[in-house]
Design a protein around this ligand. Structure first.
Ligand code: FES
Length: 104
C-alpha cells in the first residue's frame, strides 16, 4: 500500500488502491481541510506536490478545470493538486499541505 509523506508535519498517510489521498486521510482519522468532502467544489483540500510526482496519477481534465476555475489565482502554483482527486500509484510521493493533523 503506497505511503504519502505530508509536510510540514512529516505525516505518513497510507493510501489504498482506488481511494484518493484525502479519502485515505479522512478514513484514518486525519484532519485534512475541506468544506465539500470530496465533491471537487471547495478546493480547500488542495496540496502541493513537492517530490515523487511519478508516484501519483496525473490530474484529470476535470481536476485541472476545478483548480483553474474555483481556486484563487494567488493560491495556485506548480504542483497544485486536489487531494480529493489525487490517486497514488506507488511510494515516494511527498506533498505539502499545512493544516493536516494526525488522528487524535
Ligand atoms: S475536498 Fe473540496 S475540492 Fe477537494
Amino acid at each position: 500500500m503506497p505511503v504519502v509523506t505530508v509536510l510540514p508535519e512529516n505525516l505518513a498517510v497510507e493510501v489504498e488502491p482506488g481511494e484518493s489521498l484525502a479519502q485515505a486521510a479522512w478514513r484514518q482519522g486525519y484532519h485534512w481541510p475541506t468544506t465539500c468532502w470530496g465533491e471537487m467544489e471547495c478546493t480547500v483540500c488542495a496540496a502541493t506536490v513537492v517530490a515523487g510526482e511519478h508516484a501519483a496519477e496525473p490530474a484529470t481534465a476535470e481536476e485541472e478545470a476545478a483548480i483553474a476555475g474555483r481556486m484563487p489565482h494567488f493560491l495556485r502554483k506548480p504542483g497544485t493538486r486536489l487531494a480529493c482527486r489525487l490517486r497514488v500509484l506507488d511510494d515516494g510521493l511527498v506533498v505539502e499541505k499545512p493544516g493536516v493533523r494526525a488522528p487524535q
